[in-house]
Design a protein around this ligand. Structure first.
Ligand SMILES: NC(=O)C1=CN([C@@H]2O[C@H](COP(=O)(O)OP(=O)(O)OC[C@H]3O[C@@H](n4cnc5c(N)ncnc54)[C@H](O)[C@@H]3O)[C@@H](O)[C@H]2O)C=CC1
Ligand SMILES: O=C(O)[C@@H]1CCC=N1
Length: 271
């Protein structure tokens, strides 16, 4: 079985760990390097995985997943540059850090060492992740396939070019936060209209799940599905008019641009 080393056991690392274990991967095939001792102990306790140093984790692994904050990536690269990793042993690095290009890794690693950049999202935790995968300069089709296979066990996977990664980050990497924000706002509105918190949550979550399922299965566009809900001069039209007047559409367009730009900016630091 493929041995996976996770460098950085934070929020996205935990989503990956939990998702992989739920998908049937054995804890003995997963090893974690986590800098904060209390967090390391928590991960051991929660998931039954071994927590060790970056060097030990990386040397024994087939796939080395880097899931630290963009600002901490250079420190991890420098550490990986000193350990015994070898492309001939079919090892590869997968980086999840927003904005950080594979070209940041490659010059510091043994010549030709394959790096694959990915952008996952937290719903991996429940096996419903969305991950985009882009090969670095030395990653072959077989490496991309291996990474796709790994991440398909925790959700959907698409392959993109690395130049699209900042945009993908804005769409699906950060995307869950937009939906949670919409839910927060709808919850506040529903409670304000006199519905209990509990009932409001059921109404909203199932409405989201049902709407997402229609989008996935019906083949109709979001525009068509929205039109089918919107009776002429009816309730939906009244609500949508307010949302458009308040600038929801342009807010999303600007928000995703800001997210894409922030991703690129994180990659540009120190270059
Ligand atoms: N949170 C999310 O939804 C997503 C995050 N990402 C990317 O994943 C990366 C991690 O994000 P989060 O999990 O949210 O951050 P986080 O701050 O929750 O987790 C990072 C973890 O890495 C650990 N760490 C830092 N330096 C280390 C080192 N040298 N060795 C071992 N462990 C070290 C920290 O102690 C922390 O537990 C970021 O680069 C982010 O851009 C990508 C997609 C989605
Ligand atoms: O907010 C962030 O920077 C990370 C990357 C994508 C989702 N979370």
């Amino acid at each position: 079985m493929t041995r996976i080393a996770l460098i950085g056991g934070g929020r996205i690392g935990e989503a990956l760990l939990a998702g992989l274990l739920d998908a049937g991967r054995a804890a003995k095939d997963l090893v974690v390097a986590e800098a904060v001792p209390a967090r390391a102990a928590e991960l051991e306790e929660l998931f039954g995985v071994r927590v060790t140093t970056v060097a030990d984790a990386a040397e024994g692994a087939d796939i080395i997943v880097v899931a630290v904050k963009p600002a901490d990536v250079d420190a991890v690269i420098n550490e990986l540059a000193t350990v015994d990793i070898d492309a001939e042993r079919e090892q590869l690095i997968v980086t999840m850090a927003a904005g950080i290009p594979t070209s940041r890794f490659e010059p510091k690693l043994p010549a030709g060492f394959p790096v694959v950049r990915v952008m996952p999202n937290t719903p991996m935790l429940v096996g419903e992740g969305m991950t985009a995968v882009a090969p670095g300069r030395y990653a072959k089709e077989s490496h991309v396939e291996l990474v796709r296979e790994l991440l398909t066990s925790v959700g959907k996977v698409v392959t993109v070019t690395e130049s699209q990664m900042d945009a993908v980050t804005a769409v699906s990497g950060s995307g869950p936060a937009y939906f949670f924000l919409v839910v927060e706002a709808m919850m506040e509105a529903a409670v304000g209209l006199g519905i209990t918190h509990r009932t409001a949550k059921t109404l909203i979550v199932q409405t989201m799940i049902g709407s997402a399922a229609m989008l996935e299965r019906s083949g109709d566009s979001a525009y068509e599905l929205r039109a089918a809900v919107t009776s002429p001069a009816g309730t939906t039209a009244a609500a949508v008019r307010v949302l458009e007047e308040k600038g929801l559409r342009s807010a999303f367009i600007e928000a995703l641009r800001a997210s894409r730009d922030r991703s690129a900016e994180q990659g540009a630091v120190n270059e």
